[in-house]
Design a binder for this molecule. Structure first.
Ligand code: C2O
Ligand code: CU
Length: 702
């Protein structure tokens, strides 16, 4: 928790520091560049003194940056600074060393000049203009500027992806140019040649700036255009395939150029990977997507996109072993709709991803999903067509999978979905504190779901409780908790159980007294327990909660494939827009890698978040077992998840068994990040898809 704040604060500081650093070096370079042209020795002396002060200030800003880098290295590790160490840090250190060794002594001797007043002769002017005095400062300015670009705008040029070698090339090229310019100036001054007129110099500066601006504009426009996504593309035609150190296998014989149809095996089309197509379903549901005005508990209304006219959509319940059939009908959602069963390992064709497992269901059309329930727990469903818009608008609902017939449902069992809706925070359809009567002694199960894009705090006060499941996966021997803050990942779920005491209990989606919530009371009255200051609540950590239990993965044999996802921040272009970008391994979809596996593989994935934002990573079709957090092994109950929040500065290792063939999305469930390309695919050998994403195909899964 502390480290998460520390990491984000460091980034906040860096964002302020970088422009300051560039400014200080720019001012210093400018003043030192003008030194040789001072009219008298006195003025020269004064200006040299000021230049020294500026240089010291500039050095301090750089030193702060180096200090922050060192702090990141010590607290978070090498991987968090390794790119800085290849360009930004050495470029700054080299130039700054030159400033200290060559520029500063020269300036100091100028300030000590005792020859009094009078004009400056050409010899002195030339000596001040010497490249080794001015160029160190000018290149320090260039290094500061390029370092800022590296840290904030790394992926800015889509057309000519700037890589670290190019940073060095630009830096050294610039250094050489500056050196030649300064040498010419030195010679000219020594010869006491007449310097060009002020008018001419002004024109020369203007022309230089115009050239730089023109090149900048051309690069900007070309990059913007190059970032526009094709109108139609297959999720299989990725430029990069990552085999995770395992054997290279192909998609299958569909003409995609990576296809070597894996060892003569026949290609499988995702449309064949369905649930049971025949048989009478045990549960039959119909979900109608339509626009509706929805009223919240405060009386406020929201223009929503709904399933069956309500937000959240109707709660779907089924028992393990049952065959579920859901018919989706789209009444009037123009872009089309799908349904994704978030957290349920359904067969690939039932996964509901537009452009990957099906086409979006357009207005007037319908689509039927069928799957056999093979697991239990709290899950949810939502549209996976333009999901960054449709989920926000309300196209989601709870999906509760119960154990086999025989175990009766007992006590009170509530699905509670937190959502940010029409600029208000809601719990289901309630934006206020609701009251609910519960008899003392009743066992209450709260199924907390976070449908938002950011981690959400929940607090439960007035009773001890247990977290019995995370993302629908049971916790082994959960201990009793009190005064803890639960942080549920975007897209994640926590099951919380308590026995109703004879006094009120308050659940809050958040920590403030205005946040929506429920007050459980034995008699409809009683004092509302206050949510205590959340800084004094400790944060619940699944990594050491519960007791170790059995794991069905067979971890002892080693991994068949290992993948790594490093998350970075950058400003740049995506689909023709200049915006914030959240990168996986320096890239955004469709240039992110495809992780290729074979059925049966035991797979390890490492997440490293170097960016200043949370990334709730969601893998479709599989459950991931968390092995370690920030390098420390998980010590509590086996921690299974499908949506793992990777906070700034954190790293996790997870494992899963590749036992559900198909092509699966693996993306950030901050859906705006996903829509900006923070997504990739887990692809099984020999599986192909006939569907396409893009404008022409009408499919936009994000
Ligand atoms: Cu809940 Cu791919 O999403
Ligand atoms: Cu993200």
């Amino acid at each position: 928790m502390m480290d998460v704040y520390l990491f984000s604060s460091i980034w906040g500081f860096i964002f302020l520091l970088l422009p300051t650093m560039v400014l200080m070096w720019g001012l210093a370079a400018n003043r030192i560049g003008r030194l040789p042209f001072r009219s008298s020795r006195e003025k020269l002396k004064k200006s040299a003194r000021r230049s020294l002060v500026l240089l010291w200030l500039a050095l301090v800003t750089s030193l702060l940056f180096v200090g922050l880098a060192a702090l990141v290295l010590v607290r978070f590790g090498w991987v968090f600074v390794q790119e800085w160490a290849v360009f930004a840090l050495p470029a700054l250190l080299l130039t700054h060393l030159a400033v200290i060794l060559f520029t500063m002594p020269r300036l100091r001797s100028l300030t000590r000049d005792r020859q009094g007043t009078g004009p400056v002769d050409g010899e002195v002017r030339g000596a001040i203009a010497a490249p080794r005095v001015a160029v160190p400062v000018q290149t320090a300015f260039a290094a500061a500027g390029l370092s800022s670009v590296q840290l904030c705008f790394y992926p800015v040029l889509t057309l000519f992806p700037i890589r670290l070698t190019l940073f060095w090339a630009a830096f050294l090229g610039l250094g050489a140019l500056l050196w030649f310019r300064q040498r010419r100036r030195e010679r000219m001054l020594r010869r006491e040649a007449k310097s060009p007129s002020a008018g001419f110099r002004l024109m020369r500066v203007a022309a230089t700036f115009a050239c730089i601006a023109a090149v900048g504009v051309i690069l900007f426009v070309l990059s913007m255009q190059a970032s526009i996504l094709p109108d139609r593309m297959s999720m299989m035609n990725h430029s990069r395939i990552d085999y995770g150190g395992g054997p290279a296998v192909g998609h299958g014989g569909d003409g995609s150029h990576h296809a070597h149809a894996g060892h003569g095996k026949k290609a499988v089309n995702v449309t064949e990977l369905t649930g049971p197509r025949t048989g009478e379903p045990d549960r039959r549901y119909t979900l109608v997507a339509r626009k509706e005005t929805v009223r919240m508990s405060s009386g406020k209304t929201v223009e929503a996109w709904t399933f069956n006219g309500q937000v959240p959509g109707p709660e779907l319940r089924a028992r393990k072993g049952e065959l579920v059939e859901v018919t989706l009908i789209n009444e009037d959602i123009d872009d089309g709709v799908t349904i994704h069963w978030h957290g349920v390992d359904v067969p690939n064709a039932e996964d509901g991803v537009a452009g990957l497992t099906q086409d979006a269901v357009k207005p007037g059309e319908r689509h039927t999903y069928r799957f056999r329930v093979e697991e239990t727990g709290t899950h949810w469903y939502h549209s996976h067509q333009t999901s960054s818009i449709q989920v926000k608008k309300g196209l989601f609902g709870p999906l509760v999978l119960l154990p086999e017939e025989g175990e009766p449902e007992k006590g009170l069992d509530l699905s509670l979905m937190y959502h940010f809706f029409g600029n208000r925070e809601v719990l289901n359809d309630s934006d206020t504190l609701r009251h609910r009567r519960v008899d003392p002694g009743t066992e209450v199960r709260l199924r907390l779901t976070n449908t938002d894009s950011y981690p959400r705090f929940f607090t439960l006060v007035g009773t001890p409780f247990r977290v019995t499941a995370i993302d629908g996966n049971e916790i082994h021997r959960p201990g009793e908790l009190e005064n803890v803050l639960l942080s549920v990942a975007a897209g994640g779920r926590y099951d919380v159980i308590f026995t109703m005491p004879d006094r009120p209990v308050r659940l809050t989606a958040g920590t403030g007294s205005d946040d929506p919530g429920i007050l459980f009371t034995p008699d409809g009255k009683g004092k509302v327990p206050e949510v205590s200051d959340h800084l004094r609540l400790s944060l619940f950590d699944p990594a050491d909660y519960g007791e170790p239990g059995e794991v069905s993965l067979g971890l002892s044999g080693g991994f068949d494939r290992e993948f790594t996802m490093v998350f970075d921040f950058g400003m740049g272009f995506y689909n023709g827009m200049f915006r914030d970008l959240w990168l996986i391994n320096g890239e955004k979809f469709p240039h992110t890698p495809t992780f290729m596996v074979q059925q049966g593989d035991l797979v390890k994935t490492t997440f490293i978040n170097r960016s200043p934002m949370d990334h709730p990573m969601h893998l479709h079709g599989h459950h991931m077992l968390v092995l370690s957090k920030n390098g420390k092994p998980v010590t509590g109950s086996p921690w299974w998840t499908d949506t793992l929040n990777v906070a700034p500065g954190e790293s996790y290792e997870v494992a899963f068994r590749a036992d559900n063939p198909g092509i699966w999305m693996d993306h950030c469930h901050n859906l705006d990040h996903a829509a900006a390309g923070m997504t990739l695919h887990l692809s099984y050998e020999g599986v192909t898809t006939p569907f396409h994403v893009g404008g022409a195909a009408g499919n936009h899964p994000e």
